[in-house]
Design a protein around this ligand. Structure first.
Ligand SMILES: [Fe+2]
Ligand SMILES: [Fe+2]
Length: 160
């Protein structure tokens, strides 16, 4: 049985994952209407991954005797001035999410809930990848400049 504190924290994180999904979806729309089809595909896939994270957390909560719920999701931005600005936003957003996951792990540790710690470690590792991927794309976009941005867009469109 999961503690009340952890249940509350996981439900808050489910809302954060859905917030992330909405941010990526908003970006996917933005990229699509501005001619960056590759970036649109990339962010669309990421939106689905974030939704999947919310499902994973809900599934864990249910298995442990808790009750997952969908809480209020914060509003997301819908406007960016360039693909670079959007990916800088992604990087900052993922750094923020990483801190939240670290806090969840710390809470699981203070509650002496080993299963929850084990569960959150997967997300700790996932965040390392997400931060590195976003900052890598930001760096490539900076090097490419405006003239080569469509080349990077093409590469991002091949995301599996
Ligand atoms: Fe996530
Ligand atoms: Fe993420």
């Amino acid at each position: 049985m999961i503690s009340e504190k952890l249940q509350k924290a996981i439900n808050a994180q489910i809302a954060m994952e859905l917030w992330s999904a909405n941010l990526y979806m908003a970006m996917s729309f933005y990229f699509d209407r501005n001619g960056f089809q590759g970036c649109s595909t990339w962010t669309r896939k990421q939106a689905l991954e974030e939704t999947e994270h919310a499902y994973e957390m809900a599934g864990f909560l249910t298995k442990r005797g808790g009750t997952p719920v969908v809480e209020m999701i914060p509003e997301v931005t819908n406007h960016w001035d360039s693909p670079l600005e959007a990916f800088e936003n992604i990087y900052m957003h993922e750094c923020h999410i990483s801190k939240r996951i670290d806090e969840l792990l710390a809470l699981a540790s203070s509650e002496k809930d080993n299963a929850a710690q084990d569960f959150f470690w997967k997300f700790v590792r996932e965040q390392v990848e997400e931060e590195a991927t976003a900052s890598g794309i930001v760096e490539r976009m900076k090097v490419a400049g405006d003239n080569s941005i469509l080349y990077i867009d093409g590469q991002l469109g091949r995301r599996q």
